[in-house]
Design a protein around this ligand. Structure first.
Ligand SMILES: [Zn+2]
Length: 375
């Protein structure tokens, strides 16, 4: 199989192979605030100190050794070093086990400001993508949909890495960046999609940009400026999708008690007393709800719909594309779509792939004006 994909990529990616540039390295936060971590490497390894990278130990294998923080440094298997942390490398591209998860690349364990430990998975972006893609889309989706998602997710990760360059880490391993499960969760088909789009990213006027994506737009994509005050043509919305009508998230209904709305308003320091009325008072260019006016017995408050959605929770308020009616003591929401609606619509991508559209065309559809370039 490996030979097949190599020969395929030789046919498709001559420029990329000719350049043979080293892929970007990313640092992913995989554990935080731990007293104790356990490392295992089933083969040769070496340990370096941070930040000097001085090699202090190597050996034939590491068997679930304990790593703890000490007042002066860090202790590994009973041996203490006066350093802020360690980098552990496995020889021969072997994976490293950290607690219950397996990782490609190196692992860095460092002390935080409170004296507890955090761990970073440090690896090239392509290996990182192996641990990400199947969390963003089902691995059994058509290959063109997986490839479109691979390029969008790779670009998003590289953008985050650029933005966070000066920080302790580039990306988190949860939904605040992208879900990342190390090599434990890799799947063959999603790995193939990563390999077949190796190094490919989306750019606008030569620069990578935050390639947001979401589950289902339900008609028209939202502009990033509707939510985050970012104004960039490829993510400025108003793409008429029409390919996600079959999505299970195309429409939704949700009920929220007025007492809960009252409580959320109290907590946010904007009490209105018992809630009587909820009205939509503005809409965004893509037709989503911009803001709500909530009228109570003792006052009223205007709330941005995106904030209201966060209060109630993204699983109950799946989008800001909704209507609302107050019936008795409940607010009844009838909505469409799932997610913020910016950028690539994942269920629309599936719809397009099923119609035979290629991933390049799908990406250019959802990110108008963007180019696909090879890093
Ligand atoms: Zn859509």
């Amino acid at each position: 199989m490996k030979i097949f994909f190599l020969s395929l990529s030789l046919l498709i990616l001559p420029i990329s192979l000719a350049r043979a540039e080293a892929p970007v390295t990313v640092r992913v936060m995989v554990e935080e605030s731990q007293e104790l971590m356990r490392l295992e490497i089933k083969g040769e390894y070496r340990i370096r100190l941070l930040p000097t990278l001085q090699e202090v130990k190597k050996g034939a294998s590491l068997q679930k050794v304990a790593v703890t923080a000490t007042p002066k440094g860090i202790r590994v298997d009973g041996q203490e070093w006066p350093a802020r942390g360690i980098r552990v490398e496995a020889m021969g591209e072997r994976d490293i086990y950290l607690d219950t998860t397996r990782y490609r690349g190196a692992i860095e364990i460092q002390k935080d400001k409170t004296g507890k430990l955090f761990a970073l998975s440090r690896l090239d972006i392509e290996s990182y993508m192996y641990g990400v893609l199947q969390h963003e889309v089902p691995y059994w989706w058509p290959m063109e949909a997986l490839k479109a998602q691979a390029v969008a997710a790779r670009t998003y990760a590289m953008y985050q890495a650029q933005v966070n360059k000066a920080g302790d880490y580039d990306l988190k391993s949860d939904t605040s960046s992208q879900m990342y499960g190390g090599s434990t969760t890799e799947r063959f088909r999603t790995k193939t999609a990563v390999d077949q789009t190796r190094g490919q990213v989306l750019t606008y006027q030569g620069k990578i940009f935050p390639t947001y994506f979401h589950a289902t737009c339900a008609g028209v994509t939202a502009g990033a400026q509707e939510i985050w005050k970012i104004n960039l043509p490829p993510i400025s919305g108003m793409v008429h999708c029409g390919y996600c009508r079959f999505s299970p998230h195309y429409s939704w209904n949700s009920k929220v008690s007025l007492a809960e709305v009252e409580e959320k308003l109290n907590k946010s320091g904007r009490p209105v007393g018992q809630v009587l009325k909820i009205e939509i008072i503005s809409q965004t260019p893509s037709g989503r709800v911009g803001s709500l006016k909530i009228t109570g017995i003792s006052g009223e408050a205007v709330i941005a719909a995106k904030d209201f959605r966060i209060w109630i929770g993204g699983d109950r308020m799946k989008s800001t594309l909704f209507t609302v009616n107050v019936v008795d003591d409940m607010a009844e929401f009838h909505g469409k779509g799932w997610g913020h609606g910016v950028g690539l619509c994942q269920w629309g991508t599936l719809g397009q792939a099923l119609l035979g559209h290629k991933y390049e065309a799908i990406l250019k559809f959802y990110y108008p004006g963007a180019d696909i370039t090879r890093q």
